[in-house]
Design a protein around this ligand. Structure first.
Ligand code: 13P
Length: 252
């Protein structure tokens, strides 16, 4: 099993100057270790600043989105080639905010995953159901479809390089995190889908939980062996809180 991964998704927060200050403060309170991998996903405009401020630490750099094309007449888009060149290791793909506000479909997400892998970057595929879908009992079906279609024609050895983030839409930014039981149930299901379809060991891939993770609930979430880390939004914008969440993962 790879080490736990704590990923900080800054979303559309922090200018490049603010990003530099954040990393300076964060490195005063957090020393990277091998037991937990940490990544930071700033906005595109702060990638270079974060990369430079991280220097030779083992904290990884990630992008929050990517274009499925390598280059061309795609105004406003950023390609995996460009992200790789900037020192990114990971790319978040299919975040529910992209699905909701920018109409990203499973098929577009699949194109992005192929492109990310083709450029030796590691995708973090986000999946998650809406409140209506959960209340209608459709969570397993929604999650399975997002995985099957998002990973269409992805080979088993490539799936092994993947991280999946289970982020229930109703838990994102609401302060209402999934309970350990709710998250564990879906994580186990995701593992089963992966094992059945690609015949690989579930232990080979990391499944993160995301949605209102904070310094208070992190410890109990990480006690579940099905939860291999977190994709953190709001709580990663503060260096102290982000460090506390990472320490919780280290302790478990
Ligand atoms: P919050 O932690 O702010 O709920 O956001 C979660 C998220 O969307 C991370 O990608």
């Amino acid at each position: 099993m790879p080490s736990s991964l704590i990923a900080g998704n800054w979303k559309m927060f922090k200018t490049a100057s603010e990003a530099r200050l954040f990393i300076q403060d964060f490195l005063k309170i957090y020393t990277p270790t091998d037991s937990v991998e940490v990544l930071i996903a700033p906005p595109f405009t702060a990638l270079q600043a974060v990369h430079d401020a991280l220097g030779s630490t083992t904290i990884a750099l990630a992008a929050q989105n990517v274009c499925g094309e390598k280059e061309g007449a795609f105004t406003g888009e950023i390609s995996p080639l460009m992200l790789k060149d900037l020192g990114c290791k990971y790319v978040i793909v299919g975040h529910s905010e992209r699905r909701q506000h920018y109409g990203e479909t499973n098929s577009l997400i699949n194109q992005k995953i192929h492109s990310v892998l083709a450029h030796d970057l590691l995708p973090i595929l986000c999946v998650g159901e809406s409140l209506e879908e959960r209340q209608a009992g459709h969570t397993p079906r929604v999650i399975e479809k997002q995985i099957q279609e998002g990973l269409h024609n992805i080979a088993a050895d490539q799936v092994r390089q993947l991280t999946i983030a289970y982020e229930p839409v109703w838990a994102i930014g609401t302060g209402l995190a999934a309970t350990v039981e709710q998250a564990t149930e879906v994580h186990i299901q995701i593992g089963q889908v992966i094992e059945e379809k690609w015949k690989i060991d579930r232990q080979d891939i990391r499944i993160l939980y995301g949605g209102s993770v904070n310094a208070e609930n992190a410890t109990s979430l990480f006690q579940s062996s099905a939860i291999n880390g977190a994709l953190v939004g709001k709580a990663c914008l503060n260096p102290d809180t982000f460090a506390k969440i990472i320490f919780s993962a280290k302790k478990t």
